[in-house]
Write a protein that binds this ligand. Structure first.
Ligand SMILES: C[C@H](O)[C@H](O)[C@H]1CNC2=NC(N)=NC(=O)C2=N1
Length: 114
């Protein structure tokens, strides 16, 4: 069993690469509510999660921090009273990688019905 504190070691994984435009379009079609934002070095995928109150918002942020730690992949967050804007990009490839799509999927899974 893997500890919740285990961190992904990208050094032992195949190098990541930037997704092509076609791969980004097809990944976004499979994701719920995620959109492309920015351009060039600022490109990212982004989603706004809505919550009932501040406690729910922060609970989500804390759960997302565990995903970020596990993947060693850290989203930009805009945290508000009842919403959180999550933005994923991969600095190491200067664009979007499969890791952004995987982390977006994991973020959605945090809120999926049991
Ligand atoms: C050394 C470390 O694994 C890398 O710098 C990781 C850390 N977190 C990261 N987070 C994001 N969003 N993109 C990255 O390229 C990235 N790289």
């Amino acid at each position: 069993m893997t500890s919740m504190l285990a961190i992904k070691d990208w050094k032992t994984s195949p190098p990541r690469r930037a997704l092509s435009a076609t791969e980004i379009v097809s990944a976004l079609a499979r994701l719920d509510g995620w959109k492309l934002t920015g351009d060039g070095a600022d490109v990212a995928i982004e989603k706004t999660y809505a919550f009932a109150n501040y406690f729910e918002t922060i609970a989500f942020v804390n759960a997302l921090a565990m995903v970020a730690h596990r993947f060693d992949h850290h989203p930009d967050l805009s945290v508000h009273y009842n919403r959180c804007v999550v933005r994923f990009a991969t600095h190491d490839v200067g664009g979007l990688s499969a890791t952004d799509v995987d982390c977006a999927t994991q973020a959605d899974a945090l809120l999926a019905a049991a």
